[in-house]
Design a binder for this molecule. Structure first.
Ligand code: NAD
Length: 365
């Protein structure tokens, strides 16, 4: 197994958490005998300081030549005065566009050891394991026409989808549902919007090719409520760009900390992997950031780019185990001192090595 990974750690806590995620990938490669090649480039504020631009051409070239891009986070208060198209975040937007991924995957998982961290009751969140598939390149965020006519005192955006755009993201969602608990909830607003009627008709048509997957449709407003009342009932949730943005943030409360959430954007030239959180300037440099979101993002690299599902599962089991052993970074024990970023990474590494060793000795018997 050969995999070229471009690491763009970025700003703030980005480099701190990415170091632990790369450490996990290196361990998996070493233990499994895989050939993972890591290259590092600049993005965001650190790139502005060194190269005068948030996405230097060398970074973009390296990204397009790689099999996977692993990003930390970008942004920092010192860049807030810059115009939006010159800020660190502009580099990430340009990178996302250049890589062309149209399916954004965001798992929302209730870690049993963290049930008390969610604002929802433990009996509601326990057992929740949702995978959001959000269409990322179409819909209201990109549709034309769009404008703010200040003289007329009016502004408008356009929610537009083509059948092909819906088809390609629906296929990704059905494939994923087929490999999981075989249930797909497609979310729209078909009682009001024509674009949602096209969405629903297309998804229903694609469903015929996946007879093993049960398809249900929900209106977005009802879905927002069901996610909080009965999150366990969901498996894969497929939805358009704006609805997915809102619903996946809503469902993030199930996990209990922003520092625990991974994501992947697939379907383009190269897959892009990034924890959901930002650069967290308030805790950057203190060595206390939670690296588990970044480590779980590394698990997604293993699953979706390296196709090493067993190793991805081993990383997730290692995370579950260290949480069960009681290791917590500060964000998981509000107001109290937690373990350092590095110590959390080290604990995951220890459990992971044991798990992979055990698996290999079983195969050797
Ligand atoms: P943020 O995610 O950086 O931080 C929000 C809060 O969560 C902070 O209190 C922070 O300390 C905490 N937090 C976040 N990640 C954590 C972790 N791994 N461990 C422990 N605590 C964690 O969001 P923000 O404060 O709104 O934004 C800060 C900067 O990050 C801004 O410049 C913003 O534009 C940028 N940002 C970047 C990305 C990205 O790179 N994908 C995403 C969101 C925000």
């Amino acid at each position: 197994m050969k995999l070229k990974v471009l690491v763009v750690a970025g700003d703030g806590i980005g480099p701190e958490v990415t170091k632990e995620a790369v450490g996990v990938l290196r361990s998996v490669a070493e233990l499994g005998g895989y050939d993972f090649d890591f290259r590092e480039e600049l993005i965001g504020g650190v790139a502005i300081k060194k190269e005068g631009t948030p996405l230097p051409p060398a970074t973009l070239d390296a990204a397009l030549e790689s099999d996977a891009v692993l990003l930390g986070a970008v942004g920092g208060n010192e860049f807030n005065a810059l115009p939006p198209n010159k800020r660190p975040e502009a580099g990430l937007l340009q990178l996302r566009q250049a890589l062309g991924g149209f399916a954004n995957l965001r798992p929302s998982f209730a870690w049993p050891a963290l049930a008390q961290n969610s604002p929802l009751k433990a009996e509601v969140v326990n057992g929740t394991d949702i995978l959001f598939v959000r269409e990322l390149l179409g819909g209201l965020y990109f549709g034309e026409p769009r404008a703010w006519d200040k003289e007329a005192g009016a502004a408008w955006n356009t929610m537009r989808y083509t059948r092909d755009e819906v088809t390609r993201v629906a296929r990704v969602a059905f494939e994923l549902a087929s490999s999981r608990r075989k249930k797909l909830t497609s979310v729209d607003k078909a009682n009001v919007l024509e674009v949602s009627q096209l969405w629903r008709a297309t998804v229903t048509e694609i469903a015929a090719q996946y007879p093993d997957v049960t398809l249900e449709h929900q209106y977005v407003d009802a879905c927002a409520m069901h996610l909080m009342n009965t999150p366990r009932n969901f498996d894969v949730v497929l939805t358009e760009n704006l609805f997915g943005d809102i619903l996946s943030d809503e469902a993030a409360v199930i996990t209990g900390s922003l520092g625990m959430l991974p994501s992947a954007t697939i379907g383009g030239a190269v897959n892009l992997y990034e924890p959901v959180h930002g650069s967290a300037p308030d805790i950057a440099g203190k060595g206390i950031a939670n690296p588990l979101g970044a480590i779980l993002t590394a698990a997604m690299v293993l699953r979706y780019s390296a196709h090493l599902d067993q190793d991805a599962q081993a990383v997730e089991t290692a995370v579950r185990t260290v949480l069960e052993q009681g290791y917590r970074t500060a964000d998981l024990v509000r107001g109290q001192q937690g373990v350092s970023t590095q110590e959390m990474g080290r604990q995951v590494h220890l459990v992971l090595s044991e798990l992979i060793d055990r698996r290999q000795s079983m195969h050797a018997v």
